[in-house]
Design a protein. Sequence first.
Length: 166
Amino acid sequence: MAKHRIALAAVALCLATTAQAEEEALIGFEVMAPQTALELAQAAMESCRGEGFQVAVAVVDRFGLTQVVLRDRFAGPHTVETAQRKAWTAVSFRTATLELEEGSEVGGPIAATRHIPGALMLGGGVPVESAGSIVGGIGISGAPGGDADDACARAAIDALVDKLGF
């Protein structure tokens, strides 16, 4: 029986090695142009202002690096960092932070994720997709609650849906 397990492990190792060897040496991907990131941030700011909210908006690329930050004149000083962390978290986890917030409460199935440096499990961060791939993320902070931040982010993405090529 032990010899059988060793043989199976050897076959699995060979298959894994073969799969890795067949991968391409270079990988291509799409990213948002800076102008598109700026337009996305501006659309979010307009959406939030339309609801009467003073917010900060951050747009990050697919790797979580900040491309654009806008802060309305009366948004709190904490909102800039909060928006950036929400956008980074959405890209990093490939999930809207409103969903992550619900599962990461104490005793929740992903509670330990709250201890990851930089992660912020508060609603308002949304991944930005194009043709099925994540090309960036948007984070908003300053509306009265994560659900309102999330709604502004989604409204901005909807405003650019034709440009993003969903």
